[in-house]
Design a protein around this ligand. Sequence first.
Ligand code: PMP
Length: 297
Amino acid sequence: MSNTLHVFSNEQELLEGMWPTPLLKLRIGKDVWGKLEYYNAFSRSVKDRTAWFLFKQALINNSTQIVEATSGNTGVALAALSAIYGIKFTMFIPIVAPKVYKVLVKILGGSVIEAGYSTNDIIPLAKKFAELSNAINLDQFNNPLNIIAHYETTAREIDEQLKSIGKTPSRIIATMGTGGHIAGISKYFKERYGDNIEIIGVQPSKDSRIPGIKRQDGKNSLLEGIKIDRVIDINLEEAIDGVLTIARTSGILIGLSAGATVAAYKKLKGDDNTTVLIFPDDIFKYVDILEQTLKEI
Ligand code: PMP
């Protein structure tokens, strides 16, 4: 169990002891909050939660090798957990994904296979590779444990954190990659508050690339039967503007997908409702991309 002095006798305690992650009141509106998912201990992203729920499945199955397709953060989290438990880990990742994820997975002792241009390209490759090498493919894109992880942790935390100050959320704005965290959050809040809460999904606009998230134009099994009230398209420049806004008001350094939630918030009318933005990770993996753009600002 965690305690307030943060002493942990093993890594599982450390992982779960970082929950709940902080909910910070932002200065960009009257009642708007950021859920700081970079407080997760391993990938320093929201994906620690998904990875841990999926990883427990591999432990139950006594798996000795894990293969996963990922845009990056899930790979880092799974590589960390695999290192702790002595399991072999292979990550499939798009060629175009930021290099930092590939370096981090290698540092953690994992193997990296680069292929294709989006996660859609590598999902079948990872599946096939797992079959051929007698490994388990946890398949975060189709595994309901990805939803359950966020239903049980991310969503419940937000609800309890806001309740502790006498609030219930009216809007939650979240980005979409696998769709796991928005699905868990939507399911949790719609079950309890119905349409009193609006779930707003954020995706990259056409021809724009924002690491970790993708356009939901294909079939997404995790989002089947999940209500997303509105989807907002954000381009990379708008996401960067969101990062700068939070840096220059709250002094915190959020990642690009987090910046996209800020950009979506700015596009929405009406400022009085309690709004929560999910900040999946922080800036440090994307400094190269920001440096490029800042030169032009
Ligand atoms: N932002 C970042 C930085 C991510 O790594 C991810 C996960 N791919 C997401 C957002 C989207 O999260 P999810 O997979 O739960 O939709």
